[in-house]
Ligand binder design. Structure first.
Ligand code: SAJ
Length: 436
């Protein structure tokens, strides 16, 4: 290991004179950039979005968990700025990459954002640079995809430059855990890489967890989110079983959750939304399939979670049937379309599938969501309606996302029929309420 690059890099990190770069200024990158700037680093964010870059340079935050006052103060102090130009990389000592890793329609990983960012970084990289990928991805990405791009420029990883993977664990809207106090796993291509990456995070974050390689770090993230996806699939299957044998699955889970060890409650729902849980496990299955291993647990959980929208639509049809109403022609009003409660994100939300399926079966579908003013369902635009009037005039209200701020007592009072997929009406008992 040529220690001079390593030693000077670690020195600059420890005395905070290192110039920190963050590529991708979304819900992961912007909070990270702010944390590094808050402890004294000079931080340059790079994003392809002119709008994001301009907002940051004007001292404005567009991320729910990052106060605008913080961005304004750091920009004012010259600690934080943003650009769309990757040439800025040539002046950087460290770079964190936090760009999207979505799935294609074919459920294959879409690595285009990571490849594009890595190529741009490689073009401007110089000796002494630390590069850390944070985007959730399949095990092997850092060493198989990024390392060759960097070394093709004549820069030896572990000697001239240092390369790590560190899974992002940002949980938007979480009041207790934010970037600074979420333990940070980091693994490098070499021991020197791991040490350099850990030293960087130790300047700004409370807990750093070094691991032996980039592949271990990549797999840690996939285990965390696959664990959730499979357990959600299991309770969704339990909900379907309990319906058949007439047991209240919510009561079962609440009672099981009293076990003080060896159990962690998950809850049934209308399906799996968000940009992590429905997606991350398929980065793992894509890779393991290449290695000739079938990830049957993940496939099965994916099938069950994917069937929940149909299960909910059948439940709506059966509930209307109890009131001698066909689904076709009935007014069905959806309460809550965000992918989970109290946030304003509809990505992969099961509400969109459910609205589409209901429409296909002839229902007249409307929605209300205090966080989501409008949505597009398969090309059809919907506006969020005022709740009271919509609930009173619909044949069936379907609670898909249980935002806390909704007045559920009023919903129970004024609705003719309710299908509750989130146990939001736990405190109410009324024959017009049908629960998952
Ligand atoms: N869901 C259920 N039942 C559950 C839990 C979730 O149906 O018991 C549904 C939600 O409604 C949602 C989807 O699953 O549609 C995903 O929910 P989530 O609670 O996992 O929330 P996410 O997608 O925001 O996941 C993020 C993840 N954070 C990162 O990847 C950094 C996840 O690892 C966190 O554990 C999760 O937040 C969290 O705990 O809030």
């Amino acid at each position: 290991m040529s220690t001079n690059h390593y030693n000077s890099l670690v020195e600059k990190i420890k005395n905070r004179t290192a110039h920190v770069g963050v590529v991708g200024l979304g819900y992961v990158g912007l909070p990270l950039a702010v944390e590094f700037a808050k402890v004294g680093f000079t931080v340059t964010g790079i994003d392809v979005s002119e709008s994001k870059v301009n907002q940051i340079n004007q001292g404005v935050s567009y991320i729910q968990d990052v106060p605008t006052e913080e961005v304004a103060a750091l920009v004012q102090a010259g600690r934080l700025k943003a650009t769309t130009d990757f040439a800025a990389v040539s002046g950087m000592d460290t770079i964190n990459i936090a760009v999207p890793t979505p799935l294609r329609k074919t459920k294959d990983p879409d690595m285009s954002y990571v490849v594009s960012a890595s190529q741009s970084i490689a073009e401007h990289a110089r000796p002494g640079l630390l590069i850390i990928l944070e985007s959730t991805t399949y095990p092997g990405t850092t060493d198989e995809l990024i390392q060759p791009m960097i070394e093709a420029k004549g820069l030896k990883v572990g000697e001239d430059v240092f390369l790590c993977f560190s899974p992002e664990r940002v949980d938007p809207g979480n009041p207790n855990f934010q970037t600074h106090n979420i333990p940070k796993v980091v693994g490098g291509i070499t021991a020197a890489c791991t040490k350099a990456g850990a030293t960087l995070y130790q300047q700004a974050l409370e807990t750093v967890v070094p691991v032996s390689s980039t592949r271990v770090a990549e797999m840690v993230k996939l285990l965390e989110n696959t664990f959730r996806m499979i357990n959600i699939g299991m309770v969704n299957e339990l909900a379907m079983m309990c319906e058949r044998i007439n047991i209240n699955v919510w009561e079962v889970i609440d009672a099981a959750a009293t076990k003080p060890f060896g159990f962690m409650p998950f809850y049934p729902g209308p399906g799996l939304g968000g940009h992590c849980i429905p997606i991350d496990p398929f980065y793992l299955t894509w890779k393991t399939k290449q290695a000739g291993i079938e990830a049957r647990f993940i496939e099965l959980a994916g099938y069950i979670n994917g069937s929940m929208p149909h299960f909910v639509v059948d439940k709506v049809q059966n509930a209307l049937n109890e009131q001698c109403k066909p689904l076709k022609g009935s007014n069905v009003h959806i309460l809550g379309v965000a992918y989970k409660r109290d946030i304003d994100d509809v990505r992969e939300s099961p509400a969109l599938d459910i609205m589409h399926l209901l429409t296909r079966r002839g229902a007249v579908v409307t929605y209300s969501d205090p966080y989501i003013p409008s949505i597009d369902v398969e090309g059809v635009k919907h506006q969020s309606l005022p709740i009271d009037a919509a609930v009173a005039s619909s044949d069936c209200v379907v609670i898909i996302t249980d935002h806390k701020q909704v007045d559920y007592a009023s919903v129970v009072e004024h609705a003719r029929l309710i299908v509750d997929t989130r146990n939001a009406l736990k405190k109410f008992s009324d024959p017009k309420i049908f629960r998952l």
